[in-house]
Design a binder for this molecule. Structure first.
Ligand code: TRP
Length: 331
């Protein structure tokens, strides 16, 4: 256990997790949890950057995301799931990092820019502009070697690597430069064919959806507009349902592609097959989830245990950070 390399990754608790999260990062976390010493952060402070007016939702969203993690197969016996706001050392390290981070670097971060645009910010709060600094602290306080995330997180990882190099150069080589691990599908298209599955676009299948919700959503998914009759030759390359078959139905995808091009399979049958695959993927998650949803105290215990363990690690690193900076005066 001690010799294992470490993973640190996580999400903002802003609601239910969907299939985009799963193929973007969550599946990797589940797969790698035995090989790596895994820490999963529920970044509630980062969620506050845009939700500071509604902090009352954070508690529910934190438990919701923890339940999604557990349902997806993160095993609390081996993965450490914890809550960001309960680890004050992360905020302490954020402050030290912020001394050598310029405002311009943050303003040019592509993910910060596109999120600011999405939220229609004409100006940015200090906390929002600075959240990549806090994320660099999330990662480096755990000395993570690997960060499994989706594509939108690439700028934050590049920034983290720079911060770590700068810190190690300025003071002492205490921190670890992390590598990024992109998911099998770094960005999953939405059911509406839009670039990204996203809660705010209302084009998502959630890990907690039941069979009938899945079926209904898949039936409404956007397909090749040139196909009116079953016998019309299809163009899978423009079809959202085909994109999903590529990801979730690798066994049948080639056959389906051929049948579609030759006009041998109708969209309804093709969609039913996809809905069946998705249902099969989510079924074991439902089973695991029922154990936790029947016993909310269990999730709380898991989060408290995980946070306690993560706190110990963060304190150790902070002690080394203070030593390196020469600010451990009372030692
Ligand atoms: N920025 C991530 C998101 O938008 C959440 C996050 C916070 C994170 N801290 C992290 C991801 C550290 C990976 C590593 O969901």
């Amino acid at each position: 256990m001690e010799n294992k390399k470490r993973i640190l990754t996580g999400d903002r608790p802003t609601g239910k997790l969907h299939l985009g999260h799963y193929v973007g990062s969550l599946a990797n976390r589940v797969k790698l949890q035995e090989e790596y010493d895994s820490y999963i952060i529920i970044a509630d402070v980062q969620a506050l950057t845009t939700n500071f007016e509604n902090p009352e939702n954070l508690s529910q969203d934190t438990f919701q995301i923890a339940e999604d993690y557990l349902a997806a197969g993160l095993d609390p016996e081996i993965s450490t799931i914890f809550v960001q706001s309960m680890i004050p050392e992360i905020h302490e390290l954020t402050m030290y990092f912020s001394m050598f981070t310029t405002v311009n670097v943050l303003r040019h971060n592509p993910t910060v820019k596109s999120e600011a645009q999405q939220h229609g910010f004409s100006d940015m709060t200090y906390g929002f502009l600075g959240y990549p600094v806090s994320q660099a602290a999330d990662i480096s306080i755990f000395k993570a070697h690997l960060v499994p995330v989706g594509e939108d997180q690439i700028p934050h990882l590049e920034f983290t690597r720079k911060i770590v190099r700068r810190f190690n150069d300025l003071y002492r080589p205490v921190l670890v430069e992390p590598d990024i691990l992109l998911g099998e599908v770094p960005r999953l298209v939405g059911l509406d064919g839009k670039a990204k599955m996203s809660k705010s676009l209302n084009n998502s299948i959630y890990l907690s959806d039941d069979s009938s919700e899945i079926r209904k959503k898949v039936m409404e998914a956007v397909t090749d507009p040139a196909r009116i009759h079953k016998t019309d030759p299809g163009h899978p390359e423009v079809c959202t349902v085909y994109e999903y078959h590529k990801v979730f139905n690798q066994i049948e995808v080639e056959q389906i592609e051929g049948e579609c091009r030759r006009g041998e399979i109708g969209c309804v049958v093709c969609k039913k097959r996809l809905a069946g695959c998705l249902d099969a993927l989510l079924e074991p998650m439902r089973e695991r989830r029922s154990k936790y949803s029947q016993n909310p105290g269990l999730v709380k215990d898991i989060l408290m245990e995980g946070t306690k363990k993560a706190h110990r690690v963060a304190k150790e690193t902070m002690d080394e950070v203070r030593d390196a900076m020469g600010i451990n005066y009372f030692k």
